[in-house]
Design a protein around this ligand. Sequence first.
Ligand code: ADP
Ligand code: MG
Length: 628
Amino acid sequence: MEKRGSPDGDPARSLEQGPEGLEGPETPIQVVLRVRPMSAAELRRGEQSALHCSGTRTLQVSPPGGGPDVAFRFGAVLDGARSQEDVFRACGVRRLGELALRGFSCTVFTFGQTGSGKTYTLTGPPPQVRRAQGEGVPVPPNLAGIMQRTFAWLLDRVQHLGAPVTLRASYLEIYNEQVRDLLSLGSARPLPVRWNKTRGFYVEQLRVVEFGSLGALMELLQMGLSRRRSSAHTLNQASSRSHALLTLYISRQTMPPADPGEPPVGGKLCFVDLAGSEKVAATGSRGELMLEANSINRSLLALGHCISLLLDPQRRQSHIPFRDSKLTKLLADSLGGRGLTLMVACVSPSAQCLPETLSTLRYASRAQRVTTRPQAPKSPVAKQPPRLEIEMLQLQEENRCLRAQLGQIDPKASRLSGARVAWAQRNLYGMLQEFMLENERLRKEKSQLQSSQARARDEQRLLAQQVHELERRLLCACYGPQPRPGPAPPCPCVMVPAAPCPVMSPKAPGDMPLCAQPPPWAPPGNPGSAKCPRERSHSDWTQTRVLAEMLMEEEVVPSAPPLPMGTPNTPPVLRGEEEREGGGAAVPNLARRLEALRDQIGSSLRRGRGQAPPSEAARSPSRVLPPC
Ligand code: ADP
Ligand code: MG
């Protein structure tokens, strides 16, 4: 039969193929068939076998009285000659165990007619009771069933995982439509089956026992088996009269934990031993036995009905009556939900049982077309509320902008410590905190840089004003008040209006601005400046000297180097950059201009006193007033 889920129809393998497997691909229920050997009683009665295996996956059924054989194909077909160990190895329960360790919810259940070997396959032959002590004798190891073998395998596997694992178990039975706790400390009373959105169907107040060793788990199994209802009837001396569910809960902490608060990965492995369907007439059940048989049949009927509906693609989308019985409620996740399921169909080979055997085979064939969508628990990061993710993205964006802005001003600031980034990458909350701290730091640095930039600009403006004022005062001292465009502070040196100097006239030909005119202290290259034709009055010189002496006492000591003078649109340049790039000429220029002004005033004073000016050779070129 064609199987879905993976190319070779192996659901466990398809789940192990990668992350997309964890998203819940459609995975069929895995079905294997076990044919028990003919019992001594059947052989005594001379019953014939109607079944024979063809290869490892096909069963041929020969109808009594001739007719063509009917073939059924399953994941594996195990005949009566196969040992318990063979069944354990071939049925694929270890793959389910692996998936349970990874957080999947897995179920193994046996299904078939009463006396077909369901309980034997799961837990071996019924435990012998030593009459003297009233104790159960453990099943011999070679006859131990799938459950005991899986327990041993799982505990061994857990030991080699290298990660802490917590193991717990619960064990219940559904008897006459009542759930009873097989591990309860007191008398077993019926427990309610409830439903909620996160857990689905669950049994309230069920005792879940933590265990740490194979021995402890075996004791729990023994306790449950001895409490389970069984009766003798014609088809089976120890016929189970209830459906029994033993569940292992596996809480595994991944190593190393991505987050200290990360919840453990929780998987489940549930073993279900169904009570067998039976024809009441054939088993000869009366009274209580008949009541039990009817309720067993009713719940198995509900199970069959659910399976039929699950197979119908149209009805599957609508309502599946899992609520019709306790059994279907508790198997709902295994059959149609997010779990992984393995069904071990058990049949008797006897031709006398053929109608029930055919019914079981048809049932099992249909079951392997039922699919589930297995899902492992999502990682904690994926569970973060979307609000946090949005907030994180916004902070990341703000952080990026701030870094870019700061990088323009101070390239060193854009570097981040690798260790901090690594820490931040560990989790979403960590990253949020890290971004907030980082943003805060960047904001502070940016505002500090902006305020120091503003301070530097103020100082520059002040210095430029002082220089300008000095120049103006010098001109006033030399030539009397000059007409100035726009409002200007009154010139402190206006005493006697001086006749305009033909050379220095503000109305010079070409209307050159005043500052562009050759100044009176221009170097000798300017012949006109060497001997100014105009004679100054005594009062001129007196005022000039007083003013110049006053000005020479002024000290201009900037607290911070000013920014270069530029057009108003020129972007601000940092001190360091200005010096590196040779843009720091403005400050020395201003200083030189101040000094040249002082020199010029000094020489004017000396001339006024009749002293010879210092020789040209003594003048440093730097003393020439730089251009405005
Ligand atoms: P079910 O649980 O299906 O009603 P059991 O598992 O109780 O049936 O089996 C009925 C009887 O058949 C038991 O005595 C059991 O020991 C025996 N039996 C079942 N399967 C096998 C087997 N594979 N090999 C030997 N004996 C078996
Ligand atoms: Mg049984």
